[in-house]
Write a protein that binds this ligand. Structure first.
Ligand SMILES: NC(=O)c1ccc[n+]([C@@H]2O[C@H](COP(=O)([O-])OP(=O)(O)OC[C@H]3O[C@@H](n4cnc5c(N)ncnc54)[C@H](O)[C@@H]3O)[C@@H](O)[C@H]2O)c1
Length: 458
């Protein structure tokens, strides 16, 4: 009997141990300061004229200035770049479009503060290198301005919490300019997902695969190569994550719980540094390819890839996998839906589902049209452009929501979730690719809303 009990105890002990599971690394969530409220669903009083100041007029910024010229109810009050000639060139965009001249700021690294201090601006639009995003956004919010920040708005958790706390304490909009949420395939697929066409979305994929070889030297003082040189992790995750998170209702009924990440060694990165400096580089931190897997509270998964150093074709992946259907954008746009009651099993046939491509795909998209994409907006977006029109739709929606006093499509918690991979993927990899618990950036408010939705005026 004693021997029997020992065996049972040993079996129970083994069962309790099971396969060794790495424990998720826990990260600190700073307590919400007393009296501070979350900004889930934040709506502020309607702003009749959105009076905007732009900071950062390199490759990206001038396109935004041009797009705003086409948006009613806007006034472009000020233009700022550390390089004054860039601000002057942006002024030409206003003149070409029959807009009044803006005040120009330039010639130093901190003259942007004067723009933020103006009392005739209510929105600061930031398109500088990544290291300047957060100091500028914090200062602008301190001055009572709403902010829109290019991607990735923040590069680490300290920056993310600082933006959240500032937006919450001031009850201001702090939106990341994630344009890929407004591309036509993503918008149509989101609408289809919300109408149940794919069943329940249980997995999403997104990526930023873009060979940046032609661009590295074009960035101001080579800031982007320097950042990749100095930082391991998925430093540009938001194009892949944004549209997938909207379809999966992240912090609107579900939330990230854990992630694990893995990267390749840096093979190509050091060559770019060597070509630039003329010296061998042995301390390049960013892998040529970084993969991150995220699990959500509701038992769903998301795969994100970052690859800017190989000749892989451009891809943001964008896949939604549902219980009853699938949407995939690259390399060819398609939807797959279950077919009902096949008559007999055909073992040679590997793809039993109905595939929608080309005209059939367009017909399906027309049937489930996205509510914000009116035919007029679609036509104007295609005329004005900006990555085929998605940039214009993003800016248009930002202004529309501000003018109508509506919650924005993307809030500071989206910014936090989509940017947090930058640091958390590194923490996972630096610790042997172990799971890391993702903080609840809403600090308890992730179920206030039960799904993603666009705000529309009556
Ligand atoms: N959403 C997209 O599709 C997309 C595409 C390209 C770039 N971006 C983002 O846009 C941002 C800008 O990228 P870019 O390609 O234009 O880079 P860039 O190097 O061409 O331009 C950056 C500009 O910021 C200015 N700047 C830097 N510090 C400044 C300061 N202290 N005060 C005023 N101006 C300052 C520089 O002079 C430069 O003109 C980045 O965040 C990038 O990731 C987004």
């Amino acid at each position: 009997m004693k021997k029997f009990l020992i065996i049972i105890a040993a079996i129970l002990a083994l069962a309790a141990c099971g396969t060794p599971q790495p424990k998720a690394i826990q990260l600190q969530t700073p307590a919400r300061p007393a009296g501070q409220q979350d900004v889930v669903g934040l709506a502020v009083a309607p702003i009749d004229t959105v009076r905007v100041g732009f900071i950062g007029l390199g490759m990206r910024g001038p396109g935004a200035v041009e797009r705003f010229c086409y948006i009613p109810g806007t006034k472009i009050v000020a233009l700022c770049d550390a390089e004054m000639d860039r601000a002057e060139r942006a002024q030409e965009i206003l003149r070409r479009n029959g807009r009044p001249d803006a005040a120009l700021y330039g010639g130093s690294l901190d003259v942007w503060k004067e723009l933020c201090e103006r009392d005739d601006i209510n929105l600061v639009y930031i398109a500088t290198d990544w290291k300047h995003h957060v100091p500028m956004a914090l200062y602008a919010m301190e001055q009572g301005k709403h902010v829109a920040i290019e991607v990735p708005a923040a590069t680490n958790l300290d920056e993310i919490w600082a933006l959240i706390n500032m937006a919450e304490s001031k009850q201001l909009h702090c939106m990341m300019l994630e344009n890929c949420c407004y591309d036509f395939f993503e918008m149509a697929s989101l609408s289809m997902a919300q109408q149940g066409v794919f069943g329940e979305i249980i997995h999403g994929e997104g990526s930023y695969c873009h060979n940046l070889d032609p661009f590295w030297d074009a960035y101001w003082h080579s800031w982007r190569l320097d950042f990749n040189h100095e930082n391991r992790g998925d430093v540009y995750p938001t194009h892949g994550l944004g549209p997938v998170c909207q379809a999966m209702n992240i912090h609107r009924g579900d939330r990230f719980t854990t992630l694990v990440a893995m990267d390749t060694d840096p093979f190509n990165g050091p060559k770019h540094v060597a070509a630039r400096t003329g010296k061998d580089c042995s301390d390049f931190k960013n892998g040529d390819l970084t993969c991150t897997l995220i699990r959500t509270e509701k038992g769903k998964t998301i795969l994100i890839e970052h690859d800017v150093l190989t000749p892989r074709p451009y891809s943001r992946m964008y896949q939604l996998v549902g219980t009853d259907g699938y949407a995939g954008k690259y390399p060819v746009e398609q939807y797959c839906l279950r077919t009902e009651g096949a008559e007999e099993v055909d073992y040679q046939q590997l793809d039993g589902e109905k595939v929608y491509m080309y005209d059939e795909l367009a017909a399906l998209q027309a049937q489930y049209r996205n509510p914000i994409l009116t035919p007029e907006l679609e036509a104007l977006a295609k005329q004005v452009g900006g990555h085929g029109g998605m940039d214009f739709i993003m800016d248009y929606r930002l202004v529309y929501c501000l003018r109508n006093g509506l919650p924005l499509d993307m809030d500071v918690y989206d910014l936090a979730e989509w940017c947090c991979l930058g640091e958390i993927s590194r923490i996972s990899m630096d610790n042997g690719c172990v799971p890391v618990a993702v903080p609840d950036f809403t600090r308890g408010a992730w179920q206030k809303m039960d799904k993603f939705s666009y705000a529309l005026a009556e």
